[in-house]
Design a protein around this ligand. Structure first.
Ligand SMILES: *Cc1c(COP(=O)(O)O)cnc(C)c1O
Length: 383
């Protein structure tokens, strides 16, 4: 059976299922456990401000205050996405022919970093081991990822070692703290990246907080101004409506939910293991990587040489269709990871018990197996 993943079509199908559920049962029937739930909690007063030129002025003052509290630093730059911030920062700071050195807990780093390195004609190298880590003389930027896309965290000691080495050579340090600004701090009690000595840090305002998808960068006034110029030239900045939503997300943010999920996730993990499953834990939940999903389905029926990303996407699609539970493989952007990750700190986790979730997870493996036995994979993914 030759089946390839059409990323555009499978996302359209995922969104179609969601739209149908909203029409039939209302938006509250959905259970979003992606940890990217978003939030856009504007009041009529915010909206009337947005209709005037006064809006951006009012929101800028507030985002400076709340952003500095969340990230540290002297000045805050709101961005359309974290990716936009990474792109603008590299264009502003990295010259052609120089090198970007990246330290992170586990490869790979976010694809926007190597892509922009290529765009500006810089070399790029990733290290996950301090013994190998090396800052060559032609290095123009050191990047640290606080918490990777699969939520692997680096230690404070490693953070400090890398920052010290960069400082010794007078090279700016940028921290990609997309979810780290909350995971690192709430779960591991780590300091803010800027307080650890980083020059710049960026976070995603929809990750583990109830804000809209957007990016927030912090650093010294001098560096932020330099980056802001590029960001404005390329149209990467966060517009006033987005900034208004970020303000509400930051005002509402509390680490309590993340801390609670961190404590509960072991119980959840145990329940899954008791059912014979083999998940991996994350700081606030668990995940099944695509290979493990294929593995688990193969115990029930052979998926043959169908690739693991297809099997994982079928899984995610059936989890929405049968249980209203949203995970990334069905609805994420083309190219997004096909790991099925459950964030138990997501607000919607209140809508079901641990046992209900575990039953849904187990039953969905059985359902994926039936889809493969009955040759209806393409129907599930695209029709
Ligand atoms: C999510 C994430 C990004 C990018 O965020 P976008 O909102 O997609 O731009 C960058 N780096 C890391 C480590 C991330 O987890």
């Amino acid at each position: 059976m030759e089946i390839t993943l059409n990323e555009v079509k499978r996302r359209e199908k995922g969104l179609k299922i969601i739209n149908q559920k909203i029409k039939n049962d209302g938006v509250d029937s959905l259970i979003d456990l992606t940890g990217l739930a978003g939030g856009f909690d504007l009041t009529p007063e915010d909206i009337s401000l947005l209709e005037t030129y006064a809006g951006p002025a009012v929101f800028d003052e507030k985002i400076q205050e709340l952003g500095r509290e969340h990230l540290g630093g002297e000045k805050i730059l709101p961005l359309n996405r974290t990716t936009s911030g990474i792109v603008g920062m590299i264009i502003a700071l990295v010259k052609p022919g120089t090198k970007i050195v990246h330290y992170l807990a586990k490869k790979p780093g976010h694809p926007s970093i190597p892509r922009t390195a290529k765009l500006v004609g810089a070399d790029y190298v990733e290290y996950t081991n301090l013994d190998d880590f090396k800052i060559d003389d032609n290095t123009s930027l050191v990047v640290i990822t606080g918490t990777t896309m699969d939520l692997e965290v680096i230690s404070v000691d490693d953070f400090k070692t890398v920052i010290d080495q960069a400082k010794a050579k007078n090279i700016p340090v940028f921290v990609d703290d997309a979810s780290g600004a909350r995971i690192r701090r709430a779960v591991y009690d780590q300091p803010r990246a800027i307080d650890l000595g980083a020059d710049l840090s960026v976070t995603s305002t929809d990750k583990l907080m109830e804000g809209p998808r957007g990016g927030l960068m912090a650093g010294s006034t001098e560096l932020i101004d330099q980056i802001k110029l590029v960001v404005n030239q390329y149209g990467l900045e966060g517009q006033a409506p987005l900034v208004a939503g970020m303000i509400k997300g930051l005002e509402k943010y509390s680490p309590d939910r993340i801390k609670e999920a961190f404590k509960q996730k072991d119980e959840l993990y145990q329940k899954l293991q008791d059912k014979g499953l083999n998940p991996q834990t994350t700081p606030t939940g668990f995940m099944f990587k695509e290979d493990e999903i294929k593995n688990e389905v193969d115990k029930r029926t052979s998926t043959g040489d169908v690739s693991a990303d297809v099997v994982a996407t079928v899984y995610s699609m059936l989890l929405i269709d049968n249980y209203n539970i949203i995970t990334i493989p069905a609805v994420g952007m083309p190219g997004a990871s096909k790991t099925v990750r459950i964030d138990w700190s997501a607000k919607d986790s209140e809508k079901l018990s641990m046992d209900e979730l575990v039953d849904a997870i187990v039953d969905t493996f059985d359902k994926v197996a039936s889809v493969f036995s009955s040759d209806s994979v393409e129907q599930v993914l695209y029709e």
